[in-house]
Design a protein around this ligand. Structure first.
Ligand code: IPE
Ligand code: IPE
Ligand code: MG
Length: 222
């Protein structure tokens, strides 16, 4: 497997179980991202995408979305040296134009510093929507080549042609919630009840082992 993606749902409910405010759930969830990323690398997966905030999540309270953007900034600063030492390409996918300049700077700097790496990649999907991704790809393509070319569309998606082989959603719901609508075309989908802050390397390993047994056909016959 080359690319794994996570829909990290359940932070708010996790906070509820701890009788704490939702932001504590986001804090625990955020600190689980790098932990799970390193487990992916240990399991031989070179590319991982983590869905941190959807386009629709932007309609939550400003207090909640501001706190999630604060956590993004904080965790990039916390992990940038690790990313550099381990030669990991870092990217934020999604519409980040609305973010405060200081956070955009943190993101752009991390992206720039790690852009030369190409073996491992860590993507954070932030203010990301699958519909936005497709529309943005079409607009960018038309700006770039002046017309629409169906075959070239994937090159303009936020992931390029690196589609996820496996998408794991935590938190119990069985839906994509606007995540990678184009790219999920042949992804294996795994839904677990575990709330994201509790999702562990052991559970990941079990899922990967089961994934390895699946025969993927991509519409073809042998
Ligand atoms: C996922 O956790 C993180 C985001 C969507 C920002 P939620 O905040 O959706 O947590 P639940 O689903 O309410 O438990
Ligand atoms: C999906 O979770 C988005 C992320 C995990 C970032 P939501 O909590 O937004 O999904 P819905 O609203 O339950 O579908
Ligand atoms: Mg949720």
């Amino acid at each position: 497997m080359n690319h794994i993606a996570f829909i990290m749902d359940g932070n708010g409910r996790w906070a509820n179980t701890q009788k704490k405010a939702r932001k504590h759930g986001h804090e625990s969830g955020s600190s689980n991202v790098y932990n799970i990323f390193t487990s992916c690398v240990d399991l031989g997966i070179n590319s991982a995408t983590f869905f941190a905030l959807s386009s629709e999540n932007m309609y939550r309270s400003k207090e909640e979305t501001d706190y999630i953007s604060y956590l993004l900034d904080k965790s990039i600063k916390h992990h940038i040296n690790d990313l550099l030492n381990n030669k990991v390409k870092f990217k934020v996918i999604g519409d980040i134009t609305y973010l405060p300049i200081s956070i955009k700077k943190t993101i752009e700097q991390a992206e720039q510093l790690t852009s030369k790496f190409n073996k491992f990649s860590l993507n954070i999907a932030y203010n990301y929507g699958g519909q936005w991704d497709i529309i943005n790809a079409v607009e960018t393509m038309i700006d770039d080549i002046g017309s629409f070319d169906n075959d070239k569309l994937p090159d303009y998606l936020s992931t390029g042609r690196n589609f996820p082989d496996l998408i794991i959603r935590t938190g119990g719901y069985r839906r994509l919630s606007n995540f990678m609508l184009w790219q999920s075309v042949y992804s294996e989908l795994v839904f677990v009840d575990t709330l994201w802050p509790d999702f562990s390397p052991d559970e990941l390993k079990k899922i990967i082992n089961e994934y390895k047994l699946i025969k993927r056909n991509f519409g073809k016959v042998d």
